[in-house]
Ligand binder design. Structure first.
Ligand SMILES: [Zn+2]
Length: 345
């Protein structure tokens, strides 16, 4: 059902039990522990894509989105690594931070030593917030430096990755999680809109994305679903989720493969680390109906990364996974290149 109204309010509902979110401070559903999602019950607005995010009154923009879609050989590359902080995550940060800012939130916490941490740091600071990013004690490298460069406070936490999450949750600051906050995931819809718009309102055969925590997959799916329900496209393109041999819980669940996560993830694809993602069920449900899951190993990733650099595309190893998974018969597909290679040099 779609409503053709100009609205400023949208409902936020639990993706599992349907309960409405009671306040901004309910991070997970109190009733069932599920994650919340933004309910899209209005017709797609073609003229200005930003109008499809009616809950935002004032955009805290850094010029994100509208990244190039270029054709090379039989496929297109969506250059989302050209976003302001060097990753697609800016699509989610702009909607989440804009929404939080307009609701008077001033102090935020996030747990990520990677692209999400850097992106939340940049947008949070741009909105005039105090930003604290919780990272594992062992986190280092350019992404951590990037987080600090934006002026966010870095808090190193010992223990497991779950301990880092708990520290952020219990910090006393507003928990601006890129995984749980519905307004973050929702921002990723813009990626699906742009792909279809730039193909003259047609869908590609397949859309290739790397998959870890699930924000990209769930966000892109939501965008295509909205376009279909609004009659802009006839069907959702096949979504090809790509995971690494070390971190493949989604592929394992979808294809009934046995999978035991390693004690420590050492894959060169260092942005793909969610061995037990909170959105696992949601992701497999989507792929069951609209996609497939492919697994690549470090050798294939390195090889694909090298091939991409030779055509002028410097991306993260985690982003090269999509190219590594490409098969000879994959034509007229879009490969989303998610993260900037300068971060991992
Ligand atoms: Zn629920």
């Amino acid at each position: 059902m779609v409503r053709n109204l100009v609205i400023n309010m949208v409902n936020i509902k639990c993706s599992r039990c349907g309960k409405e979110r009671e306040s901004l401070h309910e991070i997970k559903c109190k009733k069932c522990g599920g994650v919340f999602e933004v309910e899209i019950d209005f017709e797609f607005r073609k003229e200005n894509l930003k109008d499809n995010f009616p809950y935002i009154r004032e955009w805290v923009t850094l010029g994100e989105g509208n990244t190039p879609l270029i054709r090379r050989g039989k496929v297109w590359f969506k250059l989302d690594f050209l976003n302001p902080t060097g990753s697609y995550k800016d699509r989610g940060s702009v909607t989440l931070i804009s929404y939080l800012a307009s609701n008077g939130i001033k102090d935020i916490a996030e747990d990520s030593s990677g692209n999400a941490g850097a992106s939340i740091a940049a947008y949070g600071k741009a909105a005039g917030m105090n930003v604290t990013i919780f990272v594992p004690e062992t986190a280092r490298g350019n992404k951590v430096k990037q987080i600090e460069a934006y002026g966010a406070k870095l808090m190193k936490v010992s223990g497991t990755r779950d301990d880092v999450t708990k520290a952020a949750e219990k910090s006393g600051y507003y928990y601006a999680s890129h995984v749980f906050q519905p307004h973050f995931r929702d921002g990723i819809r813009s990626l699906a809109y742009e792909i279809v718009r730039d193909l003259n309102w047609k869908i590609p055969e397949k859309v290739f994305i790397p998959v870890s925590a699930g924000t990209l997959l769930m966000g892109v799916y939501s965008g295509f679903k909205h376009l279909m329900e609004s009659g802009v496209i006839e069907k959702i393109p096949t979504i090809v989720a790509v995971q690494t041999k070390q971190v493949m819980p989604v592929c394992a669940k979808l294809n009934n493969l046995s999978y035991a996560p390693p004690a420590k993830v050492t894959s060169i694809a260092d942005a793909l680390v969610s061995t037990n993602p909170a959105l696992l069920q949601e992701m497999t449900d989507v792929l069951q109906n609209y996609g497939e899951c492919r697994v690549v190993d470090d050798n294939q990733i390195t090889e694909a990364w090298k091939e991409l650099t030779k055509i002028g595309l410097l991306v993260e190893y985690s982003s090269a996974t999509v190219y590594a998974s490409l098969r000879k018969d994959d034509e007229n597909s879009v490969l989303v290149l998610t993260g900037n290679g300068l971060k991992v040099l």
